[in-house]
Design a protein around this ligand. Structure first.
Ligand SMILES: C[S@@+](CC[C@H](N)C(=O)[O-])C[C@H]1O[C@@H](n2cnc3c(N)ncnc32)[C@H](O)[C@@H]1O
Length: 320
């Protein structure tokens, strides 16, 4: 394993450990926006879920997908939750213990690129928002193929779509929305005003806990993983190692990063049947809530169905 590969994994572990308690609040785009989508994807594979199944959720985090699966699996099924971060798995355990699930659940602190499971064990493998954190996605995808049994289903979701950044119309719409949010949106001025008012009222005695990036930078140095304090952009670029805009520059499009789902399917799963390969988020992370933006979003989706910011792949492994 190269030094850079090891560093990416260690930074991911530390970052997600530190982020775990605030993860649900920091990721409404996954936990709120994706719930309906996951419901429909799981509906699409309902017959598979009715079986007595061994299912594996990789990069479980705080248990978003695991909770949805646990509601649907029967009492003879087993759900394994795997993550690099023990704290993330603790939070999942607390969620699943309270949700009246029927299936048994196992937890494994492990690296997604080296899964501690025998080959052809699982009838379902899921991974939501994980691939873009992995330094060797190829190794991971081969691991997924190894642990999936013939006839089993893979759902890989919420991954950055290279096509989004290659589509100039979509990209410039996104940049326009980001500029609007930053400089022209009334909500932005309201937030800035609130920031000025609130600290004045609370006074100087309130001591702020260090922010996420400060805690991560400090811990990386304390654990001897780096020899200097990393900036937030440096940390984010290591965490989101396959995302070219992770360092904050929307135009830093590096074609070796992000993924093209159709290319992944051809390279890693050529014999799998596509239950669905789809993209979403045609206005990036901007949520089209008010009517004009909803119209733009609908038009982009219709014109460029494969070019949303994120993609999902639902594939079935062929029987031998
Ligand atoms: C963005 S979170 C996604 C969590 C969850 N799947 C969801 O959709 O909310 C990414 C998760 O992947 C885990 N992760 C990152 N690198 C990993 C690796 N090499 N092996 C296993 N898990 C990893 C992190 O600890 C984190 O919990």
């Amino acid at each position: 394993m190269s030094a850079q590969t090891r560093l990416v994994k260690q930074v991911n572990r530390v970052f997600h450990e530190e982020e775990s308690a605030e993860y649900d609040a920091r990721h409404p785009e996954i936990l709120l926006e994706d719930t309906k989508r996951w419901d429909s994807w799981l509906d699409a594979i309902a017959p598979v879920l009715k079986d007595d199944l061994h299912a594996l959720d990789i990069g479980t985090g705080t248990g978003f997908v695991a909770s949805l699966l646990a509601e649907r699996l029967n009492r003879r099924s087993v759900l394994f939750c795997a993550d690099l971060s023990p704290r993330m798995l603790d939070l999942t355990r607390r969620k699943l213990d309270g949700n009246g699930r029927k299936a048994s659940v196992g937890y494994s602190v492990c690296d997604a690129e080296c899964l501690p499971f025998e080959s052809a064990r699982f009838g379902l493998v899921t991974a939501s928002a994980v691939l873009h954190h992995l330094p060797c996605p190829d190794v991971f995808l081969r691991e997924v193929d190894r642990v999936l049994r013939p006839g089993g289903v893979l759902i890989l979701a919420h991954e950055p779509n290279r096509r989004f950044f290659q589509n100039r119309v979509i990209l410039w719409t996104y940049i326009g929305m980001e500029l609007f949010k930053k400089y022209a949106s009334p909500a932005n001025y309201y937030r800035k005003l609130a920031k000025v008012i609130v600290p004045v009222r609370r006074g100087a005695t309130a001591r702020q806990a260090p922010g996420l990036y400060e805690r991560v930078a400090e811990r990386l140095r304390r654990e001897g993983l780096v020899d200097r304090v990393l900036s937030p952009n440096e940390i984010q670029s290591l965490v989101d190692v396959n995302v070219s805009w992770a360092g904050g520059d929307l135009l830093a499009n590096d074609p070796s990063k992000e993924f093209d789902p159709f290319d992944l399917k051809t390279r890693f799963f050529p014999r799998y049947h596509g239950v669905d390969v789809a993209s979403y988020g045609h206005m990036g992370e901007f949520l089209p809530h008010f009517p004009p933006s909803r119209l733009v979003h609908a038009a982009l989706r219709r014109l460029y169905p494969q070019d949303g910011l994120h993609f999902v792949m639902i594939l079935r492994k062929p029987h031998l």
